[in-house]
Write a protein that binds this ligand. Structure first.
Ligand code: GSH
Length: 227
């Protein structure tokens, strides 16, 4: 069987969640890194696979699927040897799903709301209300951490999904250890238990941070030159 193809970028948290999930269940992927600045996700061919033009997108056989949360549930349900990452128990699944929605609707959405205008739209500043939204998101995760992991006492898709955005957020906007000690300890724990955390999260988040600083500086110079 040909490996599942993953269209993604090195920096995207959503794509990294798919890479980590595949690694954890021993699934080989044919990873194709795309360049969104060259609009490779807006081609007719890509839009046929994913009309939302987002990465990650996978193609399993001849079936294209998109949205990281949908993809990681699909991969574990279809290919994992056991259900540890997404237990069949419906209450546990509902709790994991709630955290996947937190990742999608709060963590990733607020991260994207801040970074995208800088990466792609020439924005030269970080609006305070958006920064406040990031620190409020940290408080929400702090409050959600009732044990070592987001759901129950073992690593699940909730952690795999949330840690990708959290790692990048924490690199760019460091978590205050005084205000969110559980979150800091949680991220350190995940560094130990998620396979290749350093490569998938730390290194890639640093790459995003470098790009962020470069673009912010470039945008500030352009905006100053216009005044
Ligand atoms: N909810 C989606 C979000 C994916 C997403 O927005 N990815 C960004 C890259 S970080 C993207 O593809 N942006 C291009 C676009 O929206 O046109 C997921 O989890 O897969």
């Amino acid at each position: 069987m040909a490996p599942i193809v993953l269209y993604t970028t090195r920096r995207t948290p959503a794509g990294r969640a798919v890479e980590i999930t595949a690694k954890m269940i021993g699934l080989e992927l044919d990873v194709k890194f795309m360049d969104l600045t060259k609009k490779e996700h807006m081609t007719e061919e890509f839009l046929k696979m994913n009309p939302l033009h987002t990465v990650p997108t996978i193609v399993d056989g001849d079936v294209p699927l998109y949205d990281s949360h949908a993809i990681i549930i699909y991969l574990v349900s279809k290919y994992a040897k056991d259900d540890k990452l997404y237990p069949k128990d419906l209450v546990t699944q509902a709790r994991i799903n709630a955290m996947l929605h937190l990742e999608s609707g709060v963590l990733f959405a607020r991260l994207r709301g801040l970074l995208e205008p800088i990466f792609y739209k020439g924005c030269a500043e970080l609006p305070q209300d958006k920064m406040d939204g990031i620190y409020n998101a940290y408080d929400l995760v702090e409050g959600s951490l009732q044990s070592d992991y987001l759901v129950g006492n073992s690593l699940s898709l909730a952690d795999i999904s949330c840690c990708t955005s959290l790692c990048l957020l924490n690199t760019v906007f460091p978590v205050d250890a005084g205000k969110c000690p559980k979150l800091i300890a949680y991220l350190k724990r995940l560094e130990q238990v998620v396979p290749d955390y350093h490569e998938f999260n730390t290194v890639r988040a640093e790459e995003a941070y470098t790009f962020f600083k470069l673009k912010l500086e470039e945008n500030k110079k352009k905006s100053a030159a216009l005044q």
